[in-house]
Design a protein around this ligand. Structure first.
Ligand code: AMP
Length: 420
């Protein structure tokens, strides 16, 4: 059988790419209004970046990384499973912290995770993400959440839900962690096997277990354990969201288990997507820059799954109809006329006009059919006789009218009628 694409990956053909471009343009324009500059980092990084930047106890690092050895130094590299660690690496490598008070970056690109593929979950998928480094202000949390939501809304999604939590900080979380262990310890045998090991390594993650959600109902809630600073921060974020008309629900089980995640955690869902309804996830990570050997730098970010965003747009039937590009088709009869036609097509393209011709020596009728099929607005018809007189015919395809135009004036003429 012919070779097929790897499991969990997708091909995007031109029609689909047009939809991607539409979404990417919406993202770029909102990001610029919010003051975010675009970055691009390598698709692979030193494996150690992800071990430290995502955490060795996470599923991503333990089960899902595409790691390979390369070169003779025994280095191993990993296809990036997400972009935050790379953004922080770049921030440090280029010593951006010394040059800017606050850094606002966004990226769009492919990520790789060896997961079990299903609708909305792929092994190569794309994320649009934004990161702000250098601000601890709750205004930044609200700004970032607002950007994530506005992107989803700008492509026509309605009925989105925003879930919000605070995961505290290294001051208050250890006490909560202990409370959680004490709560679950007596029922340890009833927990799923994954959660039994989570309980010792990373107890907060028991809260987002998908196997048995009932067990967390009575569990202690982190919001009851927040220190004064975290509580104030959390309240301010909520106040600011309300002030700009964003509603949310509090979800005390929305957690990120690692020490460098702090304070705000959030998720945006599009419920009609069912099992894979999480479109965006994000939160504060005040400890990550230091974890990667940088100066203590507060930071917050999020990532939106592009495939899920596109699935959601499809579900909501919000994808606009794209009008075909205005075009000109050059119809030519005979060798000499075809060469002249080729010259014209090339010159039109240089003027940013979508132009095409056949060049296969078909009859005039077939060439006009091709022009109709590509919905050309105009056809330029070059016959041997016209050419001899230095003239061509310009045909308005919709109206079926045509006009004789001098060959040396036809470029200006067509540009004028097409662009107005
Ligand atoms: P995460 O980086 O795990 O916080 O994920 C952020 C967002 O990326 C999720 O809300 C999803 O929309 C998307 N995402 C994560 N993993 C996948 C995947 N395997 N396939 C498609 N989208 C994904």
């Amino acid at each position: 059988m012919a070779i097929q694409k790897p499991r969990g990956t997708q091909d995007f053909l031109p029609e689909r790419m047009r939809e991607w471009k539409y979404v990417e343009e919406k993202i770029a324009s909102l990001c610029s209004a919010y003051g975010f500059g675009e970055i691009r980092t390598p698709v692979f990084e030193n494996t150690s970046l992800f071990l430290r930047g995502i955490g060795e106890t996470t599923d991503v690092v333990q089960k899902e990384m595409y790691t390979f050895a390369s070169g003779d130094k025994g280095d191993t590299f990993t296809l990036r499973p997400e972009n935050t660690a790379s953004a922080v690496r770049a921030y440090l490598e280029h010593k951006i912290y010394g040059t800017e008070n606050m850094t606002k970056w966004f990226y769009i690109g492919p990520m790789f995770r060896h997961e079990r593929p299903q609708a909305g979950r792929y092994r190569q998928f794309h994320q649009f993400g934004a990161e702000v480094l250098g601000s601890s202000s709750p205004y930044t949390d609200s700004e970032v959440i607002s950007l994530a939501l506005e992107v989803c809304k700008s492509v026509g999604l309605t009925g989105l839900t925003l879930e919000l939590n605070s995961v505290g900080c290294p001051k208050c979380r250890p006490v909560y962690r202990e409370a959680l262990i004490q709560y679950f310890e007596p029922h340890k045998e009833e927990l799923c096997t994954d959660c039994q090991s989570r309980l010792t390594k990373n107890p907060l993650r028991v809260l987002d277990c998908k196997v048995d959600t009932d067990k967390t109902k009575e569990a202690p809630r982190i919001t009851e354990y927040l220190c004064e600073e975290c509580e104030e921060h959390f309240k301010k974020v909520q106040e600011l969201l309300t002030a700009i008309g964003i509603s949310y629900t509090l979800n005390p089980n929305l957690v990120r288990g690692l020490d460098y995640y702090t304070k705000t955690a959030f998720e945006i869902k599009y419920p009609p997507l069912g099992a894979q309804s999480a479109v965006a996830g994000g939160g504060r990570y005040d400890g990550l820059v230091e974890e990667l050997d940088g100066p203590s730098t507060p930071a917050i970010g999020f990532a939106i799954g592009m495939e899920r965003l596109l699935l959601a747009i499809e579900k909501q039937e919000a994808m606009p109809q794209f009008a075909p590009l205005k075009s000109v088709f050059v119809v030519s009869m005979g060798d000499e006329a075809s060469v002249e036609g080729f010259r014209l097509v090339t010159s039109l393209r240089k003027r940013d006009i979508y132009a095409a011709m056949d060049g296969a020596g078909r009859s005039m009728k077939s060439q006009l059919k091709l022009a109709n099929r590509m919905r050309a607005e105009y056809a330029i018809i070059i016959g041997e006789e016209e050419l001899a007189n230095g003239k061509v015919l310009v045909r308005n395809m919709a109206e079926g009218t045509q006009e004789e135009v001098m060959l040396d004036a036809v470029l200006d003429y067509v540009e004028h009628v097409m662009k107005g």
